[in-house]
Design a binder for this molecule. Structure first.
Ligand code: G3P
Ligand code: CA
Length: 275
């Protein structure tokens, strides 16, 4: 990446906190199909600190990693197994689906033969594959998966008495889901995702309420500004903004003092921070 001189100067001026974390959004999902081992492997090679992933639950109550509640955008394969809603399919059916080929068709300039045949991973498979110390930023999509998620985090020693701390965040747009999880295990660090603007006058009370169960907020880039970052920090909350893929926008958010960025392009952010 070639930075313009003003961007490089901002970084050289030392006004950016070097503790900022790089969260690989669905893996390195600009360069590889989202939510595949190829995307998370690449994210780690690109210098991401955290691997982001979204959870869906199958009809037979297996947590699988996929963004949409429907299979239709990213899954290819037999219609009876690979179309429609994830929650109406079993784990065995989903194991027949290819989640790499859509990427090659959609982005031929970034296509790779190795993506063909990529499978929908279960949460267990992801936590096993990256058990060597990777950090997981896991999003609850949908209702009623908190207990299964906590069980998996305990099985993989990401939480609990023998866990090494600091390897997992759980995030959700659903305050209810986060509060249920907090009631079950208050030791799990939670991040409240936010997509709607919060009026400045309401920020102190809104963020104080979030701070009762979460350690941070994950605002959309559309609503993240200086006032929001300051108010969140005053409430003791971390601020991780999603989803930022352009170097100029990365610098803007870093200058605001955010604590982390979700990005499809971890290599760009790593390159910026390295300078
Ligand atoms: O988790 C942050 C961001 O990923 C939320 O949006 O739709 O990409 O899951 P989405
Ligand atoms: Ca997400």
């Amino acid at each position: 990446v070639r930075l313009s001189l003003p961007l490089a100067a901002v970084l050289l001026a030392g006004c950016i906190d070097d503790g900022v974390i790089i969260i690989a959004h669905r893996g390195a999902s600009f360069d590889a199909p989202e939510h595949t081992f190829a995307a998370w492997d690449l994210a780690r090679r690109q210098g991401a600190d955290w691997l982001e992933l979204d959870l869906q639950m199958t009809r037979d109550s297996v947590l699988v990693v996929m963004h949409d509640d429907s299979l239709d955008r990213t899954a290819r394969g037999p219609r009876e197994a690979c179309a429609g809603l994830v929650r109406e399919r079993t784990r065995a059916e989903l194991a027949r689906c290819d989640v790499g080929s859509w990427f090659n068709a959609e982005f031929p300039e970034r296509a790779a033969q190795e993506y063909v045949g990529a499978r929908i991973p279960t949460l267990d498979q992801v936590l096993t594959r990256y058990a060597d110390g990777a950090r997981f930023y896991i999003e609850i999509k949908g209702d009623g998966m908190e207990r299964e998620l906590l069980d998996a985090l305990r099985r993989h020693r990401l939480i609990g008495p023998t866990a090494r701390a600091g390897r997992v965040y759980v995030q959700s747009f659903s305050a209810d889901a986060l509060q249920r999880l907090h009631a079950l295990d208050p030791s799990v660090p939670l991040v409240q995702l936010l997509e709607d603007p919060v009026p400045a006058a309401e920020m102190p009370s809104a963020f104080a309420a979030i701070a009762r169960y979460a350690v941070g907020i994950g605002p959309s880039r559309r609503i993240a500004g200086g006032a929001l970052v300051r108010a969140a920090h005053e409430a003791g909350l971390l601020v991780h903004v999603y989803t930022v893929n352009e170097p100029a926008a990365m610098v803007t958010f870093l200058q605001l003092g955010v604590d982390g960025l979700f990005t499809d392009r971890p290599a760009l952010l790593r390159d910026l921070l390295n300078r």
